[in-house]
Ligand binder design. Structure first.
Ligand SMILES: O=C(O)CCC(=O)C(=O)O
Ligand SMILES: [Fe+2]
Length: 353
């Protein structure tokens, strides 16, 4: 595992040459003081692509990077535990509990997914007796989870607040006002472990293409695997991990709340290094359950209903997914026409793992 200092322009994956998409970097420290140029850049990223790197190398962000390291340590221990221990409560709700490998469709046709996942929601961690498997229910691990959730919540709220300012929202119209901490929401910390897999041999591969249900997603992974399909682009391309940075993306709820002006970028995860275990951490900041918005089908619905319907589509078999409104999995985002990617040139650079 390692971080590429100078990402290649393209990498070879599954017999083809795949682009590495460049992404803008937004500085967290500058946003903390609502730096006008940085706020403008943030709004541009969210309206044009829906994805950006968040630079967390300033002292406020460094705390969050330390949380990431502590959470990774906890994940290595958790995912090493026997299945029965990890699955003590099963999947209690879509945003809370454990899902074993293969619970959903995979990234390629006729495959299942290649990851297991434990989710701990912001509402749950604050309960007197949260439903968290006993392997993690000790005070040092609970503190790690509490810090990771609290600090991720703060970071995503800072971004939300800058977006409100940058789009001229005031008072009750500000995005923060539909993400109030004291109202129920499905905001959650998802910790994922992708098993090694070789597309030519295994039937558990990656994470199916989708847009996120969330308003904003704060994603940490030091490893390759994330692919995006920016608006209008004709193929998926990799996102290079960047040292000291998280990857952030807009999800469906913020797209809807912004009057569909922000992009909920299409993404998926594929195994780049077939023999590697990959770990990622995603904090999904979600709107309050009772928030109303117009979805991609033109329906005026609650954030809670959008969450439940989309989660059902995520989990469904291909045939059932096909029956869902066409825009459900992609939050109304339209894919550019497919290209048949060129065969990889023998000299193309292989990405650092
Ligand atoms: O594992 C990753 O890097 C991304 C996961 C993801 O897209 C998700 O959980 O929504
Ligand atoms: Fe996602």
């Amino acid at each position: 595992m390692g971080i590429a200092m100078d990402p290649p322009q393209s990498v070879e994956w599954n017999g083809t040459k795949v682009p590495v998409y460049p992404m803008e970097t937004v500085d967290y420290s500058l946003l903390l003081s609502q730096d006008p140029a940085e706020v403008e850049k943030l709004v541009r990223c969210c309206e044009k692509e829906g994805f950006f790197y968040l630079d967390l190398r300033g002292i406020e962000g460094r705390r969050v990077l330390e949380d990431k390291e502590a959470t990774l340590d906890l994940m290595y221990r958790f995912f090493d535990a026997p299945l029965e221990a990890k699955n003590e409560f099963g999947l209690i709700a879509p945003h809370l509990g454990y899902e074993p490998v293969g619970s959903r469709r995979g990234v390629l046709d006729d495959t299942r997914d290649g990851y297991e996942m434990i989710k701990v929601s912001r509402d749950e961690i604050q309960r007197d007796s949260p439903k968290i498997p006993a392997v993690l229910k000790n005070s040092p691990d609970m503190k790690i989870l509490e810090h990771a959730i609290a600090n991720s919540n703060t970071v995503t709220k800072v971004i939300l607040s800058a977006l409100s300012t940058g789009t001229g929202r005031t008072g009750a119209d500000r995005f923060e006002n539909m993400h109030r901490n004291d109202r129920p929401s499905t905001s959650t910390l998802a910790m994922m472990h992708y098993i090694p897999s070789d597309p030519s041999k295994t039937k558990n591969i990656g994470h199916q293409k989708h847009t996120d249900i969330s308003s904003l997603t704060l994603l940490f992974s030091d490893q390759w695997g994330l692919q995006i399909r920016p608006p209008g682009s004709r193929e998926f391309g990799f996102v290079a991990p960047k040292e000291g940075c998280a990857v952030m993306n807009v999800g469906d709820s913020l797209r809807f709340a912004s009057g569909h002006t922000m992009q909920s970028c299409i993404h998926r995860v594929v195994p780049l290094n077939y023999d590697e275990h990959r770990y990622s951490i995603a904090y999904f900041l979600r709107a309050e359950d009772q928030t109303m918005f117009t979805d991609s089908e033109g329906r005026y619905i609650t954030a809670g209903q959008w969450h439940d319907e989309k989660f059902f589509a995520f989990k469904a078999e291909a045939a059932v997914q096909a029956l869902a409104p066409s825009s459900m999995l992609l939050g109304g985002m339209v894919e550019g026409a497919e290209v048949e990617p060129p065969k990889a040139a023998p000299t193309s650079v292989k990405a650092a793992a």
